[in-house]
Design a protein around this ligand. Sequence first.
Ligand SMILES: [Zn+2]
Length: 308
Amino acid sequence: MVTIRKKLCPRGRYYLKCPYERRASRIVVHNTANDAPAINEITYMINNDSEVSYHYAVDDREAVQGLPLDRNAWASGDGHGVGNMEGIHIEICWSLSGGERFLKAEKNTVHLIAYLLKQYGWGIDRVTKHQDYDGKYCPHRTLDLGWQRFLNMVKKEMEEAEDMTEEKVKELIREELGRRARAAESKETPGWAKEAMDYVRRGGILKGDKNGRMRPEAYLKRDEFAQAQYNRDHRYQTLEDIPKWASEAVGELIDRGVILGAGEKDRVALNMSQNQLRSLVWMKRYVDQKTAAEGEQRDSEGGEANLI
Ligand SMILES: [Zn+2]
């Protein structure tokens, strides 16, 4: 990546620096043959009164744009030829002395060119050098180091950018989400949440998955939240609501007057949660057993049976 800063030539100076509106068809690479940062090169280019101009200067820190890309520049010494008229001209800074900052500037230029090629849908064949238009030995230091080497850097940058296709990104996201879901499923309930987890499980508010796991770190979706809320609030109102396993016992308790209510038997207002219902049935079973056992004992003692 390279930062691109705009410091565009004022319209009033277009007549001198970029008089023609055009459609760009190529990139033209230069070296400044100077030792100054990009912002200075661009400022100087805009302000001097010669018919010399270019679209970008790139140094070891940033790329600075000085001309709009839909206008020409005076840079490649070919008059109204395709270089000046159709080229996007890029100056690589710090080329006089070379060294680390020049190499970094070259790298930044590689990023900028790869970005532009992608923007325009162009291939590597659109990357040309000043020398191609008037024979001047420019970009001098880039040529010294090897033009093909520079083109290879651009090619590599483009390939790396293309590797990350949309499909690939989606695949990575899918893999990561799957990993997280599996990790969440296999987690045990942490100690601090055990009591609460037992509470919602016993109360039938949250049920485990088909393997009985409560998946303490899995997300609760909106429909699952609604179901949990429903589970918590659902209460049995009348005898008709009562599930089969409990209806007989509840019916008996109503008959005996243990559960009181106004109106017909199946209209008795119960307003009972599943937990309360379960306790009630257990309690009834316990009492019934105890009563039966006491009755047996009384029988064997010759006392009166069936007090209830
Ligand atoms: Zn040049």
